[in-house]
Every structure is written in structure tokens, then in C-alpha cells.
Design a protein around this ligand. Structure first.
Ligand SMILES: NC(=O)C1=CN([C@@H]2O[C@H](COP(=O)(O)OP(=O)(O)OC[C@H]3O[C@@H](n4cnc5c(N)ncnc54)[C@H](OP(=O)(O)O)[C@@H]3O)[C@@H](O)[C@H]2O)C=CC1
Ligand SMILES: O=CC(=O)O
Length: 324
């Protein structure tokens, strides 16, 4: 088996492939390969390890149906047409768990940054505007005891809930399609309807998988039902919220502010009105960007490739039906 790798991944993943005797070709230039270029590259290989962001759609998969495995260097798999990969019997792997802590930390940072207008005030200093201030100026609010609502309490949502409980004693409510027993038993998290989640949360964080059902789940009608003092956090995928509706909700005081690690599109335009708002913090999709998490992701992605090279089932598999 030989592998095409479309980005520079941590060395630990490459070392594992080398130890397993699996040759690879790596795209090391600082650009995203076009779909056509990726298809062309894959023709000479049996496996793809991908940390890119372009869609791996029906056209791509049809052109690359010879692939024995696609190992995503991410936990999210919304960029790939899983149904088509499964139909073509291509096992798809992802990298769960190892990045939950890092991504939850990112959401935690956003939550604090928004509640205290941190990025806006930092920018004020850079602009030379740190001048006279009244005790009533630049006020944020305390997170202690406020209710944290999580839409999609899975691995990352659990980590955020755990940290929020310890740091700020925040009661946790959540909305999933199924109940999360661990969060209920260990953190006292309460499963509520989507309507209750929206109306009761002081901080509402989205961590669901991006699907047709969750696309633009947070839109004008939802923001209108949130508390005017509430913060919306999204560190899942940018299109889980509807951006123009979010902008309108903050501008009109329907909600207090927002913390985003993900936007739609990415990268966000530098003139986006959200970037000028005091109660908004935006990060460039850095949820898992710690050395520890990225090493873990590269390790898992390499392990998925190695398993496939031996004809074994991927240890971190998205589509078990591919083996049926
Ligand atoms: N910002 C970043 O850098 C990162 C972003 N991510 C994003 O975060 C997402 C979550 O990751 P992770 O926590 O590991 O994934 P998990 O699969 O552990 O959690 C996803 C949760 O979403 C819930 N969910 C899915 N669909 C719905 C729905 N229609 N309504 C309500 N809840 C739903 C699931 O519960 P149930 O099935 O019971 O509904 C599950 O609890 C990833 O898919 C990815 O897009 C991940 C890593 C880093
Ligand atoms: O967004 C990152 C991921 O791992 O998914």
C-alpha cells in the first residue's frame, strides 16, 4: 500500500507509517489541492490521509474508487459523502477523543473572551485607545452559576461541560437525540427539549455533527428565543449557525454576543461585521490546535492506514457498513 497525504501532518504519524513499511507521498506546499489535483494524485496510491478541507464528494469518490481507505485527520466527517464511500466499500476513518480536550478548551476560551469582551479590549489597546475609564465602562459578566446549554453533548461537549462545572459551577443542560448517561451521572447534566435549551441557556454551545438536520439550526427564529444576555458559542462547523441571522441577533440585542471557532465560509472575510463587535470573539478554526491533540490525530490517522494495509478493520471507523 502507498499513501497520499495532502497536508503536513505531525512527524509522529509519518514515523508510524515508515515503521510499518508504508511509503507515502506528501503535499507540503502551503495550498489546498483542487479536487482535480487531488484526484490526479490519488491515482498513483491506494490510500488517502487527508487533513484538507475540500469536499470529498461523489465526483471525487467515483474518480478514486480504487482507494482502500480514506483516513481523515479530523473528527468531523461532513466533508465526505459517507453514503457514497460506503456504497463503494471504501472504509473512512476519523480521529475522535484525542482532540476533545483541546477543542473544549477553545470553546472555554471563547466563552470567557466574550463574557469579558477580551478581544475587543485588547484591540482597543493596540489602537492606542486605553484612556480614562469609569467604573461602569467595559463591563462583562460573571460565568459563575450561569447555565451552560450544549447542543450535541458528545465527546467535546462533555469536556466543556466538565470544565465549566469545575471552574464556574455552571449547571449543565443539553439537547441530543439520545441521552448521554455519563454526563447525566457524573455532571448532573439534564437533557431538555431544544426549545428549553434555547430559552434557558446563558451560554449556548453547539457541538453537534454537521448534517442536513443541523445545518443552520441556529437561525433567526432560534436567536429570537434566546435570553438577551446569552452568549452563543460554535466550535463545531460554521454552517450549524446562519451567519447573517447571528449578526442581526447581536446587532439588535436579541443576544449578548458570540464566540466562534468556525465560520461559513472559512476563512472569514476581514470586513465581516462580527469582527468589529465588542461582544464577539472569532478564532480561525483552531479547536484542536495543540501539539498534544495534533500528535494524537496523526497517530490515529496513521493507525487507520496501517490497519487497512493489513486488511484489518480500521480502529477508528466512521462507516462500518463499508465492510458489509
Ligand atoms: N473547532 C474544531 O476545530 C473542531 C470541531 N469539531 C466538530 O465538532 C463536532 C463534534 O465532535 P465530537 O464531540 O467529537 O463528536 P461526537 O460524535 O462525540 O458528538 C456529537 C454530538 O452531536 C449530537 N448530535 C448529532 N446530531 C444531532 C442532532 N440532529 N440533534 C442534536 N444532537 C445531535 C450527538 O448526539 P445524538 O447522536 O444522541 O444526537 C453527539 O452527542 C464534530 O463533528 C466536528 O464537526 C471537532 C473537532 C475540532
Ligand atoms: O474541525 C476539526 C475536526 O477535527 O473535525
Amino acid at each position: 500500500m502507498t499513501v497520499f497525504i495532502d497536508r503536513i501532518i505531525p512527524q509522529i504519524g509519518l514515523d508510524l507509517l515508515e515503521e510499518a513499511g508504508i511509503p507515502y507521498e506528501q503535499h507540503t506546499a502551503n495550498n489546498e489541492l483542487s479536487k482535480a489535483a487531488l484526484i490526479e494524485k490519488c491515482q498513483a496510491h491506494d490510500a488517502l490521509l487527508t487533513a484538507g478541507w475540500g469536499p470529498l464528494d461523489q465526483e471525487f469518490l467515483q474518480a478514486c474508487k480504487h482507494l482502500k481507505v480514506i483516513a481523515l485527520h479530523s473528527v468531523g466527517y461532513d466533508r465526505i459523502d459517507i453514503q457514497e464511500a460506503t456504497r463503494l466499500k471504501i472504509p473512512v476513518g476519523n480521529t475522535p477523543d484525542v482532540l476533545s480536550e483541546a477543542t473544549a478548551d477553545t470553546a472555554f476560551l471563547l466563552m470567557l473572551a466574550v463574557s469579558r469582551k477580551a478581544l475587543f479590549l485588547h484591540k482597543k489597546i493596540i489602537e492606542g485607545k486605553w484612556g480614562f475609564s469609569q467604573p461602569t465602562d467595559d463591563l462583562g459578566f460573571s460565568l459563575t452559576g450561569k447555565t451552560l446549554g450544549i447542543f450535541g453533548l458528545g465527546n467535546i461537549g462533555y469536556e466543556l461541560a466538565r470544565k465549566a462545572k469545575v471552574a464556574f459551577n455552571m449547571p449543565i443542560i443539553y439537547h441530543n437525540r439520545s441521552s448521554n448517561q455519563k454526563a447525566e451521572q457524573e455532571l448532573g447534566a439534564k437533557r431538555v427539549s431544544f426549545e428549553e435549551l434555547v430559552s434557558q441557556s446563558d451560554v449556548l454551545a453547539a457541538f453537534s455533527t454537521l448534517t442536513a438536520e443541523t445545518r443552520h439550526k441556529f437561525n433567526a427564529s432560534v436567536f429570537a428565543k434566546m435570553k438577551p444576555s446569552a452568549i452563543f458559542i460554535n466550535a463545531s462547523r460554521g454552517s450549524v449557525h446562519h451567519e447573517p441571522d447571528l449578526i442581526h441577533a447581536i446587532q439588535t440585542g436579541q443576544i449578548w454576543g458570540a464566540g466562534l471557532d468556525v465560520t461559513d465560509p472559512e476563512p472569514m472575510d476581514k470586513d465581516n461585521p462580527l469582527l468589529a463587535m465588542p461582544t464577539v470573539a472569532v478564532f480561525p478554526h483552531i479547536g484542536s490546535a495543540t501539539r498534544e491533540a495534533r500528535d494524537g490525530m496523526a497517530t490515529i490517522a496513521a493507525k487507520n492506514i496501517i490497519a487497512a494495509s493489513k486488511g484489518e478493520r480500521l480502529p477508528y471507523l466512521v462507516n462500518p457498513e463499508a465492510y458489509h
